[in-house]
Write a protein that binds this ligand. Structure first.
Ligand code: HEC
Length: 116
């Protein structure tokens, strides 16, 4: 059996940890006077809309980052009331109160779209 190059493993782990830190919403931590509660609620949207509200390039899911809070909130209200069709958003929107939607919308409005 060949000798494995064990010293490379900690170095690799360090690289992984560093890139994970970059990929995580560290940006949000940097510009954050936004309430932690809103951030926690907004995290529920991140699996589809991307961390910080910016979906990966080529994703069909619309971005939320940097869009006007009033626009995000009214889209959510429309999904919730059945005025706007969608595959998943009508159900998701129904799970949030008006106050929660306002807080989440404000959080995404304050998020900078990636690349800025
Ligand atoms: C399971 C994936 C998923 C999650 C989780 C999710 N969304 Fe969406 N969202 C979508 C998809 C897909 C659309 C397109 C409409 C549809 O098919 O429902 C969308 C559309 C939207 C739109 C309309 C944007 C536009 O320009 O038309 C808003 C606003 C929105 N989502 C907000 C949210 C918020 C806020 C959350 C978290 C509370 C959230 N979404 C969580 C998948 C998701």
């Amino acid at each position: 059996m060949r000798k494995t190059h064990l010293p490379a493993v900690p170095a690799l782990l360090a690289v992984c940890a560093a890139s994970a830190a970059l990929a995580m919403p560290g940006r949000a931590a940097a510009d954050d006077d936004r309430p932690l509660q809103a951030r926690a609620w907004a995290a529920a949207c991140a699996s589809c809309h991307g961390f910080g509200g910016q979906p990966p390039a080529g994703s069909p899911i619309p971005p939320l980052a940097g869009r006007p809070a009033a626009r995000i909130a009214s889209l959510m209200a429309d999904f919730k009331a059945g005025r706007r069709d969608g595959t998943v958003m009508p159900q998701i929107a129904k799970g949030y109160s008006e106050a929660q939607i306002a807080a989440i919308a404000a959080w995404f409005a304050a998020a900078r779209p990636q690349g800025d």
